[in-house]
Design a protein around this ligand. Structure first.
Ligand SMILES: O=c1ccn([C@@H]2O[C@H](COP(=O)(O)O)[C@@H](O)[C@H]2O)c(=O)[nH]1
Length: 240
């Protein structure tokens, strides 16, 4: 099995509406991270052409649009997005098994149709900005750990490649879902960093020690005075 350099586990979240800012960031931190995550803000402003331009920088791209709709609509969205050739895409696990299965089938068919690699599909479980009281507010009595495990089991059975979860759930997910199920982990904060709106957080080293495949880190890098130094410090913490 190929070993992955510790820093290559990190996807930096380029939460920006500016293509030039995203490209600057990618060029600045290339070599200190493993990829770039593009989300709704970027896609809304820069669209598929923006994704293609960032991809051309040569870093793996994680397109985090968190699709959530009826199965037919999600399947068509996945078909439309697959030719972009990104490495990872997200959809909400709470869309349920039929939605997830439709997405997997659509990605597989579109990869053949457009002759690109199939994106790895990741199901978002419980947002890392939510705690037990937030779940209660939307009518979920389970605590985050139970709810994440329930959604991840369901998502795996539906055929997705992995989940987005917080670092607090990694050990339970690994124990039950095995070593090959991808765990993409946001809510990562170096020691002493501002948590902002994130509620279920862990440090980069703790999350990797717990068994994360990939870490998503945004503001601790993007809002640093020296973004390259911030990314390098995280790489050093991880052992690169
Ligand atoms: O549960 C989730 C799912 C996705 N995210 C995304 O990750 C980054 C985190 O950014 P930070 O600045 O490091 O907080 C952001 O793009 C979110 O949309 C998440 O945080 N939690």
């Amino acid at each position: 099995m190929a070993t992955i350099a510790p820093h290559a586990r990190v996807f930096c979240a380029a939460d920006t509406d500016s293509l030039s800012s995203a490209l600057d960031l990618a060029r600045e931190i290339k070599g200190a991270v493993g990829g770039i995550k593009l989300g709704l803000e970027f896609f809304g402003a820069c669209g598929p052409a923006g994704v293609t331009a960032v991809r051309a920088e040569g870093l793996p791209v994680f397109l985090d649009l968190k699709l959530y709709d009826i199965p037919n609509t999600v399947a068509h969205a996945v078909r439309a997005l697959t030719p972009l050739g990104v490495d990872f895409m997200t959809l909400h696990a709470s869309g349920g098994p039929a939605m997830l299965q439709a997405a997997v089938a659509a990605a597989t068919a579109a990869a053949t149709e457009f002759n690109v690699a199939r994106p790895q599909l990741l199901a978002v479980t419980v947002l890392t900005s939510m705690d037990k009281s937030d779940l209660e507010a939307i009518g979920v009595a389970a605590d985050p750990a139970e709810q994440v495990l329930r959604l991840a089991r369901m998502a795996k059975a539906a055929g997705v490649d992995g989940v987005v979860c917080s670092a607090h759930e990694i050990k339970a997910l690994r124990a039950e879902l095995g070593p090959d199920f991808i765990l993409m982990v946001p809510g990562i904060r170096p020691m002493g960093a501002d948590h902002g709106d994130q509620k279920r957080v862990m440090t980069p080293a703790e999350a990797v020690a717990a068994g994360a495949d990939h870490l998503v880190i945004g503001r601790p890098i993007t809002q640093a005075a020296d973004r390259k130094a911030a990314a390098r410090a995280i790489a050093t913490e991880l052992g690169s």
